[in-house]
Design a binder for this molecule. Sequence first.
Ligand SMILES: Cc1ncc(COP(=O)(O)O)c(C=O)c1O
Length: 457
Amino acid sequence: MDKEQTKKLILEGEKSQAVRKKLVERTSKSAEVRFHGEQTLAQEIVGTVHLPHPIYIDSAEGPHLTDVDGNDYIDLTGGFGPMVLGNKPAVVEEALLGQIKKGWHFGIPSAPQQLLADIIKEAGACVDHVIFCNSGTEATMFAIRAARAFTGKQKVGLFDGSYHGVHDYALVKVDATSDRSRPTANFLGAGVPPVIAEDLSVTLPYRDEMAFEIIREQKGELALVMIEPVQSSNPRLDAGEFLHRLKEVCEECGVLFLLDEVITGFRIDYGGCQAHYDIKPDLATYGKAVGGGLPIGAVGGREDIMNTFSEKGNAPYIFTGGTFSGNPLTMTAGIAATTYMRDHQDEIYPYLMEQGNRLASEVNSFCELHQIPARIMNAGSIFHLVFTGGEINSSRDITEDWKIAEREFYLHLLGHGVIIPGIHLAFLSHAHKPEHVDAVIEAFRKSFEDMRADGII
Ligand SMILES: Cc1ncc(COP(=O)(O)O)c(C=O)c1O
């Protein structure tokens, strides 16, 4: 639908205006926080919804978030992915309280680092050794450096629709107007030196055989090909064959192969997508869930490559650092969360898969029945509502045409008591019991019905 027409329908729509009124009336403290924040904060990282102000959260428990005005929501934000066990799980809370009594930052390493490294090694098929850092961004940055040092080559291959964090190399994106099979590079945002796209990156088409040809052509310069086993722009679990072939081509070409498991690690399965797809990359990056909700990143991989971090085995030494890397509070939270996940893996992972699939299939059946041009794409508990009528093979098929309708949907959803983050990738957790998932499905239905009543979809 035409964007101007959608805006007009929203302005005139009874349901659209009613939900705005209701939300504005019950979120006056959020409005105050926004007003104060605007005076000094240049950016708030992510908006929740497009009211005149976002919603600010005060506390979290299990599958719930409570905002500063005391409104309760079912949380589908999942802390942007880490909260596999839900918000504030008792097992992590207790462990953190114990560590806080002992001190939370020493700089000099503490024993918990070794324990969490052992857990990642046990879970990750490719992991012989581990280093810790503070975010997924740092993890992919350090992994790229290790790959360059190890191979002596400079270029990094990344895929159309990918997300690997916010350092300069990760901000190379595909120009969405370029040839799908031979995509050219662009940047997300200004300020990234053009040389990174021109001389140091290779952009590859996702789930497209041509990627293998490009890797073969560039093998003399390619140090590393990195891929999310589940793209956040396009969550799906049918990429297994492509990933296995990609690994083979990388091996054949002497190019290192990295699975970016920052979202999928300890979420899709205890062993991440390495376990789900039975695949062993050269390197894997971790973040989010492995820190139990505290800031973390980790790189794991084959011993000879990981030796670049320690100068063992004559590997070229690379420099890494980080005041808070491996800090005891994060390590403690990570150990508590991942130990619980390990001990309950037979219950947690099938449950997350089943509930994620149920949510997608019930919402999608409703959309089909009522000819609503939207559907949920999901990889187990990771999901994204996409507004489009057509087939989706890659993120290229997700257009901006329905952006305004999509925003409107999230506003209605909030009105029905369910919160999804501004970036719209959403997560279920182990704390979302079947009745919470039922409530989410009902809120989706009601939100679609509201929009249909106003003629928007
Ligand atoms: C696959 C992937 N890699 C890296 C990152 C960056 O992680 P962080 O936000 O912790 O820097 C993200 C964040 O969403 C991610 O999804």
